[in-house]
Design a protein around this ligand. Sequence first.
Ligand code: NAP
Length: 252
Amino acid sequence: MGYADGLFDLTDRVVLVTGGSRGLGRQMALAAARCGADVVIASRKLDACQAAAAEIEAETGRSALPHAVHVGRWDELDGLVEAAYGRFGKVDVLVNNAGMSPVYDKQTDVTEKMFDAVVNLNLKGPFRLSALIGERMVAAGRGSIINVSTHGSLRPHPSFIPYAASKAGLNAMTEALAQAFGPTVRVNTLMPGPFLTDIAKAWDFDVANAFGHFALQRAGEPREIVGAALFLMSDASSYTTGSIVRADGGIP
Ligand SMILES: NC(=O)c1ccc[n+]([C@@H]2O[C@H](COP(=O)([O-])OP(=O)(O)OC[C@H]3O[C@@H](n4cnc5c(N)ncnc54)[C@H](OP(=O)(O)O)[C@@H]3O)[C@@H](O)[C@H]2O)c1
């Protein structure tokens, strides 16, 4: 095994990715399996989780457990944790990736239901999952939790206030959980800029030209999240906790 392979090796570790069926989550789950991990693919639609899990197993030879769960529903999260520990006996890496950003025209179009749904999925669910799994990680003596935030949490815009606020809360949660679960368990924020996943289908602007002011002058391809994610999952980031790692194309 080469030096870099050893640094990023995840052989026999278990990586749970919420929202692992599509987009950035699917890329991160596949990358983890390529580095030797068994994975748990969790999202609302079981058939989508099963399809992603089958593809990952076929390509990597690792085990992939599909599990249907609504991450915004507190009471469903125990079932996800039990399923993961029941199948693999441990979770080494939790990626709180599932998230949503509703589109609206003006602030009064934001309903209470919409606001609650955003906070439930982007903030409340990640807290509860981190609590349930983080304490087990501490008991096991190691672990890494990755909270997937957004550049918009640092640069909020009127068009996505509930989203930005929920993800800013997630950033704050990262720092506090790093204190709660250290020194054995690390907790970090992975902060993407714009990536061309399904989320991009709702963008009503010219994607080809919208990011010309970024240092890299473009949006990211989903596979480009993988390097930063593997860094945070693996021992390569052994002295990194409570931090924000940005993969945003150099937003000014
Ligand atoms: N793409 C971007 O430009 C961008 C930029 C900054 C930050 N991010 C963040 O990156 C993360 C992933 O984004 P993405 O672009 O990959 O999203 P995506 O392509 O829309 O995929 C979202 C994933 O989350 C799952 N999901 C959605 N609601 C869920 C729920 N209530 N419970 C469980 N799973 C749920 C979806 O599967 P089901 O439909 O089966 O539930 C899917 O697997 C999000 O947290 C997002 O805020 C993305």
